[in-house]
Design a protein around this ligand. Structure first.
Ligand SMILES: C[S@@+](CC[C@H](N)C(=O)[O-])C[C@H]1O[C@@H](n2cnc3c(N)ncnc32)[C@H](O)[C@@H]1O
Length: 251
């Protein structure tokens, strides 16, 4: 099933963009400055509707964004045009990236790596990111932890994400402990004059043990430069950390 197809437009109109906006406005430039990372060319993997890539482009970085969703890339291209930003947006699957030593920094944010549901998919993605980086380049990404998906997400198994006169978005979630996969059923009702249109999408996110992520990074040739509970103040990761941030460096 294709994800972020119909839902892409609602994603762009929802509160989801606060995540990438905060990253652009303060978190990432601050982190890059503190770590003395000075990228020129940046690849944003799973760029979604492009708010992060367009925002970073306006800060002067040369941006490329890829996403598996044709609809997300169309929205990203429209955003770049509207905001007069030059960004190279491409439809591409992160499990088969096509770049060779073209970037100083690769980013992948807001759960996107959790959409990789097998260890093999995670391995192929990390290998592709490694190949895409120039020597000395850095890969920065976040992932929901198993705790985040199994406990924090499950605090509310069903909730209304958004409710207005002509729009209702409902989330229903469950967690499969055997496979450490969270399934979120997203149902949107959108009013078109006197009729309501219903859209359903199934999103699945897998949580990985931190040791497995570290092992795969090392196996692919990365050095782990940092692992944080929060990128802004570089806090430590604990058993109850819901989201982990990694910075991995290609020697
Ligand atoms: C939660 S959204 C995050 C989008 C964006 N990074 C942001 O911060 O708004 C997850 C994104 O991952 C993309 N995605 C999921 N699996 C992918 C894959 N195998 N290859 C490329 N993109 C993928 C989806 O299409 C979606 O745009």
């Amino acid at each position: 099933m294709t994800i972020y197809n119909h839902f892409a437009t609602f994603y762009q109109q929802g509160d989801y963009l606060r995540f990438s906006e905060r990253l652009v406005e303060s978190v990432l430039p601050l982190y890059l400055g503190e770590m003395a990372i000075e990228p020129v060319d940046i690849l944003d993997v799973a760029c979604g509707e492009g708010s992060f890539a367009v925002g970073m482009s306006k800060l002067g970085y040369k941006m490329t964004g890829i996403d598996q969703s044709q609809r997300m890339i169309e929205l990203a291209q429209a955003r770049a045009k509207k905001e007069s930003a030059q960004v190279n947006f491409l439809v591409e699957d992160m499990r088969s990236l096509s770049f060779n030593e073209a970037f100083d920094l690769v980013t992948c944010f807001f759960d996107s790596m959790n959409y990789l549901l097998t260890v093999n998919d995670l391995q192929e993605t990390l290998q592709g990111v490694y190949n895409a980086l120039r020597p000395g380049g850095t890969f920065i990404f976040d992932m929901n932890t198993i705790y985040g998906l199994a406990v924090v997400w499950m605090q509310e198994e069903t909730y209304v994400q958004k409710d207005s006169d002509d729009f209702i978005e409902i989330h229903r979630q469950s967690f499969d402990y055997e496979n450490q996969i969270a399934t979120m059923l997203i149902t949107v009702f959108k009013r078109k004059r006197r009729l309501w249109e219903r859209i359903d999408e199934v999103h699945q996110e897998r949580g990985y043990p931190l040791a497995d992520i570290q092992l795969l990074l090392l196996k692919n040739g990365f050095e782990i430069a940092g692992m944080y509970g929060n990128l802004s103040n570089r806090t430590d990761v604990h058993t109850t950390t819901p989201r982990v941030w990694f910075a991995a460096r290609k020697p």
